[in-house]
Design a protein around this ligand. Structure first.
Ligand code: ADP
Length: 352
């Protein structure tokens, strides 16, 4: 079942098209990230779902009901922003209970629901405190409690962890995931942080200039990016451009094997290969014959980061990047002649 359905949504500000023909379903009880660079339209899409922004075209359904013309306060949504947006003069309990009051839920019933929400975010007994007496992470938990206490049909999160330092952010990621799983709320999460999106989500939707270019499970979008943009935005990629010949791609000086369905002979295509999928070995050593692709190259430079090594290489005019584990402690030096190899299934054909 769909928790949220967006159909043919478009939005412009003046002459600037911000969203173009967005049609996407967000499954009930699932955690979906809207991932894209700054300005790609993530927040605008979230605000259209929330009702803060009206789309120029298209429709939004929440839990099966058309809410396109319905104002924010009449939609049953919970929202958390980057800035916690708590009322400073109100206690934690009053902040969390705010939405209940507006729904006519008061007294013992309201108190029980507020306590339950504070339990859920692991702040039991904090009801009497004031926002200024809490750390940033605790304030964000209160904001989350305030969003979930009304039992919303959808929880909308706009970069809620961006203001937190790295350590706290990782801690809150785990908490957020637990809360989402325990509550079963359909959750849509805006982030520009690819690692965060991969870690938290059931599905990741990648936005590029106002369009969702790909949506799928984290491993799906990472392993099989559909476009050059998706491959680069979600991780790192080498791009090899060449022409189809039979069931291979001919690039300058080499033939690339892939398992993807290929277009007609002579068509120009680009293949993406993730840097960690490529094995590197000295040219004069024995290799793994199970890997279909083999490319001689020269090390241009190596970046040493302790646990890992990043090799920059070249072969003819082509520049490549390879990530290797620092397993034997002695990186191959710049100038070394090497052989790169990778499996055919890791050559992924992408649109330009
Ligand atoms: P993201 O969340 O991916 O960073 P936004 O949805 O915030 O992207 O913005 C997408 C584009 O729309 C940007 O170019 C931004 O400048 C523009 N934009 C957003 N809101 C407004 C507005 N209220 N008025 C004019 N332009 C806006």
């Amino acid at each position: 079942m769909s928790g949220v359905d967006v159909t043919a949504v478009a939005k412009s500000y003046g002459a600037t098209k911000v969203l173009t023909d967005i049609t996407q379903s967000f499954e009930s009880s699932s955690f979906t990230s809207l991932l894209g660079p700054s300005g790609s339209g993530k927040t605008t899409l979230l605000r259209i779902i929330a009702g803060f922004v009206a789309p120029d075209e298209g429709a939004v359904r929440i839990a099966g009901a058309d809410v396109t013309g319905v104002p924010v306060h009449a939609r049953n949504i919970g929202m958390v922003f980057q800035s916690y947006a708590l009322f400073p003069h109100m206690s934690v309990a009053a902040n969390v209970g705010f939405g209940l009051g507006r729904r006519g839920i008061r007294g013992k019933v309201a108190k029980a629901q507020v306590d339950e929400a504070l339990e859920m975010v692991r702040l039991p007994g904090f009801g009497g405190r004031y926002p200024r007496q809490l750390s940033g992470g605790q304030q964000q938990r209160v904001a989350l409690a305030r969003a979930i206490v009304i039992r919303p049909d959808v929880l909308l999160l706009d970069e809620p962890l961006s203001a937190l330092d790295r350590r706290l952010r990782q801690e809150m990621q785990v908490e957020l995931l637990r809360i989402q799983r325990e509550s079963g709320l359909t959750t849509i999460f805006v982030t520009h942080d690819q690692e965060e999106a991969l870690t938290l989500s059931d599905k990741v939707a990648i936005l590029d200039r106002g369009r969702i270019v790909q949506m799928g499970r984290p491993a799906e979008v990472y392993e099989r990016p559909r476009t050059k943009f998706a491959a680069e935005f979600l991780g790192d990629a080498n791009f090899l451009t060449g022409k189809i010949r039979g069931n291979t791609v001919e690039i300058a000086g080499a033939t690339i094997a892939t398992q993807d369905a290929l277009p007609a002979d002579g068509t120009s295509v680009t293949v993406a290969v993730r840097p960690e999928k490529i094995a590197i070995r000295p040219a004069d050593s024995a290799g793994n014959d199970a890997l279909e692709n083999r490319l001689p190259a020269t090390v241009s430079s190596v970046i040493y980061t302790g646990t890992a090594l990043t090799y920059m290489l070249r072969t003819g005019d082509l520049h490549l990047k390879v990530f290797a584990q620092n397993s034997d402690g002695s990186p191959l030096a710049a100038g070394s002649a090497v052989v790169l190899s990778w499996a055919a299934r890791h050559s992924v054909m992408v649109e330009g």
